[in-house]
Each structure stands twice: as C-alpha cells, then as structure tokens.
Design a protein around this ligand. Structure first.
Ligand code: ATP
Ligand code: MG
Length: 376
C-alpha cells in the first residue's frame, strides 16, 4: 500500500483511511497513466468521492472530481415540489457524452465520465472552444459539458445547430471540492468568456414548473431533442432530469439494434419512463395506443433488422466517424476504445476522415447461436 494512499490522500479527500485502503486493495482505485497524466483513478465511489474522480499527481496534486450522477423524476408533480425550493432553473439536456475539462500540469485536459483521459476529446475540445482566457483567470475551475454531434465517437445525435461536433457547457465546478457555481454566475461567466452554454430556459416558479416543463419537453421531443435538467438556481440541491418520449424510443431503437450488448435494466428503465409519462399526462386511449405503437416499433424493427443482418453471416457492428490529421491518431483512439473493453479497429482513413468499426460481439455471437438452433 503506497503511503500516499494511507496517509496523505485521506486528508486531501476527507475520507476515512480504511475506506481508501479497502478500495485500493479491491481495485476500485487504480494507478492511471496516459496522455501525460499520472494519477489515481476512482473506478467506484468511495464515501462522498464520486466514481470517475482523478487525483492527478504532477508538480502539485490536482483533484478532478467525478461528475455527480443526476437522478431522474418519473412524476414532475409532485417530485419537483418535494425536491426543490421556491424556484427551479431549467436547462436543455443535451444528448452526447459527458466531458470534464481542466487545467492539469498547465495543460488543458479532457476527461470522460469514468475518469479516462480521452485523446480525441483532449485534441478536439480546444479546437471547438477557446478556453485559454478562462483557464488563465480560473485555473481551479473545471468545465463540465457535453460533447455532441454526429462525428461523435461515443453517443451520436444530430443537432441542426451543431452538425458534426460541438461542445455545450452545463456546469462549472471547483477542483477538489466539486462545488458548482450558481446557475446565474455560470451563465454570466460563460457569456463573458464567449463560451457556449447549454440552452437556458430560465428560472421558473415551483408552482407552475411541472406544467411549464411538460410544455418544454413535448416541444423538445417533437424536435427530436432529449429533454431537460432541472436545477436549484443556487446549485445547493442536486439537479433532476426529465426526458422526452422521443429520447426513450431513440435509445430503445439503438439498444435493440444490439440487444445482447446492453443490460436488461437499460430496456426496462426506458419502458417504465413511458408508463409514468403517459399516466402523468393523463393521455386519452388514442394517445396511449399511439405511444404503445411507437414503443413496439422501437423494439421490434431494429431487432429483426439485426437478426436478418447477422443471418447473412455478418457481424453486428457500427461505424464511428471521426476527423483526425493522421492515421496514427485514429489508431490511438481505437486503442483507447480497446482499453475500455470495446472491440474496435480502424476500418479506413482517407483525407482526414477515419472510420472506426465497433463490433458488438455478444449480439453477433448470441444471434448466430440461436440461428443455428441454440437454445435460449
Ligand atoms: P448519470 O445519470 O449517472 O449522470 P447517464 O449516462 O445515465 O448517467 P444521462 O441520463 O445522460 O446520464 O443524464 C446525465 C447526464 O446528462 C450528465 O452526466 C451530463 O453528461 C448530461 N447533461 C446534458 N445536458 C446537461 C445539463 N444541462 N445539465 C447537466 N447535465 C447535462
Ligand atoms: Mg446522456
């Protein structure tokens, strides 16, 4: 057991030494070295320290805390009234992947959710937004945002205002403590530095919040957008999320394209969301029938398409498009994915455009087996 973990780290994080020692022995805290970062990665939470936390060991110790999990409400009324005070701030929830950007060893570095330094994101983020002035003035803050767009290696979604790749900021948090800025301060500071905030729908009185949020989410859904995150304006209470029916169906379509590569909880949770949404909206028989129809199609069509595809002796795969300067960058990103346990290879590279093929192995193997008569 390195003495740093037994002696200094408990003080830095304000966590019991025995908890940290246990996590280290269980492999839930691991040494991490990549992209010039040397540190400790938290694979699971330890006390109040979130999973995804990175303790970077450079000239000085810099702690990039994990991004906190956002709980979901299934019933806006009464959840919001119980959970929040007099007012809520409502922001658009963007559908991409979570990125924390911080200055580590004086270098702008991008971490993905689990506390990995993603080479692609670290390279792309500074090309998309100029954070130099911000970090010069606020070296102890972490920019938390969503990388979105179609040339997105983790979660692709088309946004007309974004196109291939874009970044939207939703939180500014302090290194070490993870203390978030209030919504108003964040909006102002981002404006000041010309940095892109997620869409802010304003501060809404709690009494009208469920009704107003439904209007918003229904509109967002019609535009194929994911939903909202509802926040305490002071950021002293944890935020909640609420999503559109279109988002639930979109995720079901994707997951049922590769049904054996997702846990069952993934499917169940999306169906449950539909049930409560229909109930809270007091939908008519016709509206419920339409919802049922769409839900059924989201499940059955993609699944049958994949079964047919695999039956012709094909692998279940998806192609990820990224733009890089040279082949080696694409190779490096594919290696990064393989380190995360993903089956991925560079399929082609031409004029800066790399296609990375991600194979969904369990879906391929299990469907092939059933097609040959294997029993379920
Ligand atoms: P978790 O619930 O643990 O955060 P998840 O993968 O299930 O993880 P989502 O259902 O996508 O996540 O919801 C939470 C995520 O939404 C955040 O981690 C963040 O990346 C993203 N997000 C998008 N827009 C916002 C926003 N305006 N405010 C906060 N988070 C946002
Ligand atoms: Mg998401």
């Amino acid at each position: 057991m390195p003495s740093f973990i037994a002696e200094e780290l408990p003080k830095l994080l304000d966590v019991e030494p025995s908890n940290l020692e246990r996590s280290f022995k269980n492999g839930n805290i691991k040494f991490y070295q990549s992209q010039g970062i040397n540190g400790l990665q938290f694979r699971k939470s330890v006390g109040k320290i979130e999973s995804g936390t990175m303790v970077c060991l450079g000239d000085k110790i810099e702690i990039i805390r994990g991004f906190p999990k956002i709980r979901r409400t299934l019933m806006l009324n009464p959840s919001l009234k119980i959970h929040f005070n007099n007012e809520v701030a409502v922001e658009e929830k963007m559908n991409g992947y979570n990125v924390r950007i911080a200055l580590v060893n004086n270098k702008i570095t991008a971490f993905t959710r689990g506390g990995y330094v993603c080479p692609y994101t670290t390279k792309k983020a500074p090309e998309i937004l100029d954070m130099v002035d911000f970090f010069r003035d606020h070296p102890d803050q972490v920019i938390c945002g969503e990388m979105v767009g179609t040339e997105n290696p983790y979660v692709t979604h088309h946004y007309r205002e974004i196109g291939k790749l874009g970044f939207k900021i939703f939180d500014i948090r302090e290194k070490g403590s993870n203390k978030p800025m209030s919504v108003q301060d964040k909006v102002e500071i981002l404006e000041l530095y010309g940095l892109p905030n997620v869409k802010f729908f304003g501060i809404i009185d709690i009494d009208v919040a469920p009704e107003r949020i439904f209007e918003l989410v229904i509109k967002l859904g019609m535009d194929d957008r994911e939903g909202v995150v509802i926040k305490d304006p002071k950021m002293e209470i944890d935020p909640l999320k609420y999503t559109s029916s279109q988002a639930h169906n979109g995720e079901l379509q994707y997951a049922f394209t590769y049904p054996f590569d997702f846990g069952r909880a993934f499917f169940f949770s999306r169906v449950i969301r539909e049930g409560f949404q229909a109930y809270e909206l007091e939908e008519s028989d016709d509206e419920i029938r339409t919802r049922a129809h769409i839900l059924g199609e989201s499940i059955i069509y993609p699944m049958i398409k994949t079964i047919k595809h695999v039956s012709k002796d094909n692998l279940a795969f998806e192609d990820i498009i990224i733009h890089v300067d040279e082949l080696e960058e694409a190779e490096e990103f594919a290696r990064h994915l393989r380190d995360l346990g993903v089956v991925a290879t560079v399929n082609s590279f031409e004029q800066g455009k790399a296609i990375i093929r991600r194979v969904h192995q369990s879906t391929t193997d299990r469907i092939s087996n059933f097609l040959r008569g294997g029993l379920y």
